[in-house]
Design a protein around this ligand. Structure first.
Ligand SMILES: [Zn+2]
Length: 355
């Protein structure tokens, strides 16, 4: 447990649901956990007792990526863990493959609708269709323009779009739109949608006031900080500012709500965690300010300041995107300027140096 985690209350203890089983965390709210083949090795999914269009059954929140082991775990749960009732709805917090991958299979299996934000539904559509070659070149050009020359990293970039369609091979042809402030009745409870930006195009968290339970998705995680990156499709984005602004909405929820994150264990201490995340990013911004009081730096050089450890090709893509997110916040705020060139460089504006 790291120092930040010690300030949180892992109120359910050390228990983790074993594959194919469920653990009740609030009345009618069950926790499932599936394995991911990444450094981040698991995802939490949620099963909610539901009543929809006159039928009793279940709602699923998030799906895991499309892999045999996840289909098997779902099947095991359908056989023994649903009390003989059907799945009536599939909710997805955002488009990342570990959340969206199996939505097509689950919706087909039960012949039920997918509930997701419009932005994530349509963005996922554009990502699963084979990339236009021009698109692929664009991703490489983007990395090079920020100072990346390593061919392993550039090769990894060309494979990335393909990987999305590998993990999310299809999408349901229709969806039901989730958006900020929408109230959705699931079983005996009303859940409110809370949009969040900066991690995914339009992430939807779900809060139930009567049970004081928040399904945080990836917006607030207890152990790791949420990935906030600039991608080639939106090269001037300011996702870190969007993320920090979004966190303010979560700060308005009760401090003692039970948080159900997509990665890590359920916890209480929402406001504490938000403060920690804010401090984490403020510290990273300060690291950049101190490293470059004069001269200019590319995002690749900023990456060397923010990430001290050795990174492989895929980790470099994330690290570059994260570094750029911090540089772009300083740029959009008017503290630094962005200097165009073969390699784009950033530097503090003289006026801010004087302080
Ligand atoms: Zn995510």
């Amino acid at each position: 447990m790291n120092a930040d985690e010690k300030e949180l209350d892992y109120c359910l203890g050390e228990h983790l649901p074993t594959p194919g089983t469920r653990t009740e965390v609030a009345p009618g709210v069950f926790w499932l956990r599936m394995v991911l083949p990444f450094a981040l090795d698991h995802i939490n999914l949620w099963l909610l007792r539901d009543r929809y269009e006159g039928r009793e059954g279940w709602a699923i929140v998030d799906c895991c990526l499309d892999q045999d082991s996840s289909r098997e775990q779902w099947q095991q749960l359908f056989d023994t863990g649903l009390e003989g009732l059907p799945v009536l709805r599939v909710f997805v917090t955002h488009l990342h493959p570990d959340h969206l991958g199996l939505a097509h299979w689950l919706c087909d299996y039960w012949n039920v609708p997918l509930w997701i934000s419009a932005t994530d539904y349509h963005t996922a559509h554009s990502l699963i269709h084979p990339s236009h070659p021009q698109h692929r070149d664009q991703a490489v050009t983007f990395m090079q323009s920020h100072g990346i020359t390593n061919t392993d990293v550039l090769n990894a970039v060309t494979q990335r779009d393909f990987q999305f369609s590998h993990m999310v091979p299809a999408l349901p042809a229709q969806y039901v739109r989730l958006y900020d402030g929408l109230s959705v009745t699931i079983g005996d409870h009303i859940w409110t949608c809370i949009s969040g930006y900066g991690h995914a195009p339009e992430h939807i968290a779900l809060y139930c006031p009567t049970m004081n339970v928040l399904i945080t998705g990836d917006m607030v995680l207890p152990r790791i900080s949420t990935n906030i990156s600039v991608y080639h499709s939106e090269p001037l984005a300011n996702p870190l500012q969007l993320f920090l602004d979004s966190l303010k909405k979560f700060n308005a929820l009760p401090a003692d709500c039970l948080c159900l994150p997509s990665h890590g264990k359920p916890f209480r201490g929402l406001h504490i965690r938000i403060t920690q995340l804010n401090l984490h990013h403020q510290d990273r911004l300060q690291d950049l300010r101190q490293a470059f009081t004069h001269g200019e730096m590319s995002a690749a050089e900023a990456m060397g300041v923010l990430f001290k450890r050795e990174l492989d090709g895929h980790q470099t893509i994330f690290a570059l995107g994260e570094s750029l997110a911090h540089l772009h916040l300083l740029w959009w705020r008017g503290e630094w300027e962005r200097v165009a060139g073969k390699v784009i460089r950033f530097k503090p504006i003289a006026a801010t140096l004087a302080h």
